[in-house]
Design a protein around this ligand. Structure first.
Ligand SMILES: [Zn+2]
Ligand SMILES: [Zn+2]
Length: 356
């Protein structure tokens, strides 16, 4: 039997989020039913709902940084039981049989993974709905366990912002002795600073604004470079092993390539648009530099980043909100006015700030 759920949905690109009652599917044999406790607010939520990427479907309940408590499990579920505290990130399904899926890299599924919201379900073709709601039903393969002792509120954003920055740092082998530049100091950037530091790297934050220098040092950056200051940029020519670029809008990456040593790697995790202005071929060729991209992380690595953060005492800096503050939060997020992630306390949807 499907179960009634309460959420906040966008019904078009122009309308604000509003309370919406809908149904969660009847659990399948491999499904975990989850009562949602917290949900992080990611910039992608806003982009998707406002159809900035031309892929929206409505109504949509956004939210893919979900922490909750298991309420029931299907007969075939082996890893979870009622009462467990679990997480759900950006993916809820994939083909499960291509080489990427078989390698635990479901984010690169040959058929495309099923997004937590706004994707057709692979079995019944209904649209998936995300975590700005009181419950969710997800196949256990796409559920992770929240480690003992981790602060659940501030751990929610690890399921997107955390894994998005952790996965490339791990994949490209960042370790003690490496010099790593983090470009941008938003939700992704501040996690990049913390995670690269915890991996032992010497971390430099690149920011356009002088005003973020003190804050970046507080977050654990060893150095800060104001990228709009040409003399500061010139002073770091050919200095870095890696550059983790979290900026989601078009920007000139040539000055950052020049800051890489020979064989250095520039990793894009925020930009989905064409690179503009164009990248200098010489900037790559003359120093054998690598320009790379990376998308979130697979399910095994999503569990790994949670465990890593629990072990190292790393969490996201969050500002808690109630669900009825979500539209205001989106406006502030669009202006960069949040340090560094809003997280919705989902008790607020159960207490009545919800659909009648
Ligand atoms: Zn996200
Ligand atoms: Zn696949």
């Amino acid at each position: 039997m499907s179960t009634p759920a309460k959420g906040y949905a966008a019904h078009s690109a122009e309308t604000p989020l509003e309370p919406w009652n809908f149904e969660r599917r009847a659990p399948r044999a491999d499904d975990v039913s989850i009562e949602i406790l917290y949900c992080g607010v990611c910039h992608s939520d806003l982009h998707f709902a406002r159809d900035d990427w031309g892929m929206a479907s409505y109504p949509v309940v956004p939210g893919h940084e979900i922490v909750g408590r298991v309420t029931a499990v299907g007969d075939a579920v082996t890893n979870y039981k009622a009462g467990d505290i679990v997480g759900v990130g950006c993916m809820v399904d994939s083909c499960r049989q291509c080489s990427s899926c078989n390698s635990g890299l479901e984010q690169y599924c040959a058929e495309g993974f099923t997004m937590t919201y706004g994707s057709p379900d692979r079995h019944d073709n209904t649209l998936t709905q995300g975590g700005y709601s009181d419950s969710v039903v997800v196949s256990e393969r796409f559920v992770v366990r929240m480690p003992e002792g981790i602060d659940l509120k501030s751990a929610a954003p690890l399921l997107c912002a955390g894994i998005t920055t952790y996965s490339p740092l791990r994949h490209f082998g960042v370790k003690k002795g490496h010099k790593v530049g983090i470009i941008g100091m938003g939700g992704l950037g501040h996690m990049g600073v913390k995670l690269a530091s915890a991996l032992g790297a010497e971390v430099t934050l690149f920011t356009r604004s002088e005003s973020k220098v003190a804050e970046a040092k507080k977050q654990g950056a060893d150095h800060v470079v104001v990228s709009t200051d040409e003399s500061q940029m010139a002073a770091v020519t050919e200095t870095f092993d890696f550059m983790l670029d979290t900026v989601p809008v078009q920007h000139d990456i040539n000055p950052y390539l020049n800051a890489l040593k020979p064989d250095g790697t520039h990793i894009l995790v925020g930009l989905l648009e064409p690179i503009e202005p164009p990248v200098s071929g010489a900037g790559l060729v003359f120093r054998r530099r690598v320009l790379a991209g990376s998308l979130i992380g697979g399910m095994p690595e999503t569990q790994e980043v949670l465990d890593f953060c629990a072990e190292h005492g790393i969490t996201c800096d969050v500002e808690m909100i109630n669900i009825d503050q979500i539209n205001e939060a989106w406006d502030r997020m669009a202006k960069g006015d949040v340090r560094y992630r809003f997280v919705i306390d989902m008790a607020s949807i159960r207490e009545g700030n919800s659909a009648a």
